[in-house]
Ligand binder design. Sequence first.
Ligand SMILES: C[S@@+](CC[C@H](N)C(=O)[O-])C[C@H]1O[C@@H](n2cnc3c(N)ncnc32)[C@H](O)[C@@H]1O
Length: 283
Amino acid sequence: MIDGEPSRTAWSAALHRAAHQIVDGGAVFPDAVAVPITCWSPERVADDARLHPQRRGMRAFIACRHRYARDVLARSAADAQVVVLGAGLDTIAYQPLGLLGGTVFEVDHPATQSWKLERLVEAGISPTVPVRYVAVDFETDDLTAALEAAGFDRERPAAVVWLGVTVYLTADAIEETVARVAGLSSARTDLVLDYSEHDPGTGAGARRRTARANRVASIGEPWLTHFTPSELASLFERHGFDEVEDLGFAGWGTRYLGLPPETPDRPSGHLVHAVRHGSGALY
Ligand SMILES: C[S@@+](CC[C@H](N)C(=O)[O-])C[C@H]1O[C@@H](n2cnc3c(N)ncnc32)[C@H](O)[C@@H]1O
């Protein structure tokens, strides 16, 4: 990220969610706040999506990843504290019907978080559940201490959502954050995240990914870390997670986009749900 400036990719992700409401009718991920939080009219969102048809694939992935998180949250403990890491313009805490019971902790880089607070005021959007805003830089700050200072109760369950962030972090910051999440609560912890899979290919898909990588690097948010599925599995094993579901393209495409079951897998963004059963002890 550029020093002192909010994340530009947080804005792009929000625009994708808004376009999904207008262009795709919110078929995968209906979100009543996705358009209002951009402060753009539905017409402007639609025009922008029409001008950039090449964004369709990313829009579908982003809709699927938020739907996946919502599905996990719906199954998590009723009193789970929800922690949104790298929240950007995430709207979990602002849904009119209040999807959740517990407090939401929105954790983000300080510059992005101040910008979001301004967007919320401009859009006239208020939280529908209690929200704590926690400013953290994953590369340098102590996530556990920051959450505790904001009132996170380490003896109650946690549901942690970490979408669109790992690819922008160093491997060390990812390792440290997973360790912090694993030790956050003595009760059950659910963690949903996405990651970018190593793509050694040279075909059209790889060329599209390179073009996207160059674009985000040019706005100060280079892709830093990719995983293979087995590297990802080792990461969660190292930190004592008990169950890990890892969905590649075929997995989330068949589940949410209606792709046929025989759809072949290909390098893509992956969706992961990792569970750590409560041990009763903190570490
Ligand atoms: C692509 S956006 C995703 C935002 C949101 N999760 C979503 O899905 O719309 C990346 C987010 O990661 C945050 N981020 C990137 N590097 C960070 C860091 N070192 N510490 C804290 N947050 C960071 C940015 O501020 C931004 O909110």
